[in-house]
Design a protein around this ligand. Sequence first.
Ligand code: ATP
Length: 366
Amino acid sequence: MSSNTHFTIAVLPGDGIGQEVIPAAIRVAEAARAKAGGFELTYETLPAGAGHYRDTGVDMPEETLEKARAADAILLGAIGLPDIRKDDGTEISPHLRIREELGLYAGVRPVKAYPNTPARLADPRAASIDMVIIRESTEGLFYTQGRGEVIGDTEARETLRLTRDTCEKLFDFSFRLARKRKARGKPGKLTCVDKANVFRAFAFYRGIFDERARDFPDVETGYNYVDAQALDLVRKPWEFDVLVMENMFGDILSDLAGGLVGGMGMASCGEIGDEHGLFQPAHGSAPDIAGEDKANPLATILSAAIMLDWLADRSGNDSLTRAAALIDDAVDAAFAAGELLPVELGGDHGTTQTTDIVLKALERLD
Ligand code: ATP
């Protein structure tokens, strides 16, 4: 990081609605930056994605990866279009390449119920859902991607891999996040989700969790087997604060948790490593609604807030913490005032109008 007041953001809008939600997020991030003061952001838009592959035969120019590596943070829209595949039939996935190349092991997915949005659970306590799922994002069962074996037509094998090094970093990150939430008035409890009762790999995982917990005695911990966790996410999701889990478990449970509080357009995400952070909505390019100004930009707007918060931690510049809080508070306030209901949640606010409403709410904040 070259400066603690000036940050470069590599912007990869990608495909489909990525091209619509990224400009929305930048408008809001800029308004928050202007209001908070104390730092500057320079955005550099870079090509990558299925559209770029169709036009050039390359899914991500080497220069995009190098500039993303050199930037202070990466903001990504969505990558992939269903009808554009490589010759071997696989999807265009420069995002996975960035994740691997930059070692983005901690996938951070906040799940929060906003006021005046359609409730998916009948229990009124669902209005207080506010948790973060941390999905390990570089190994676990996804390690096997591209390495699986099919033996004749009788057997298929995939291998799950967990390493001590990544587990330690993942747990340290999770404990620090729980501690930070506690400082912000949230429970700050960390739950280790695994299947340690059946698999040695998960007993190993849980053992490392316990080792790392000794360095964070102030953080309350809990355990849940993944199947029980799925049940509890429907039965009592309001009881959870920060949950950490293996890649495949996180892939599944973060979608389940996201479904409890709204659509994919509310699902923000940060992918964080030791030196790099990529921030993106958890949804895809949604070609069915692309170009119609219907996409919900809030997942991307809230991802930009996670980005500012992460940059604040790295740089020690509190103005960024303030800018991130302004974005979160503006979204909260707009929902609380009953002003905001995106098309995706049954209202009639498209991408532009949703963004305008958040900007107005942000202007009103102290
Ligand atoms: P991927 O595999 O790339 O994650 P996907 O096929 O799982 O993508 P998405 O592109 O995430 O699917 O979208 C699934 C559906 O959810 C879309 O077709 C769209 O109708 C809806 N959707 C996704 N994101 C949004 C959004 N931001 N606003 C409104 N609707 C959305």
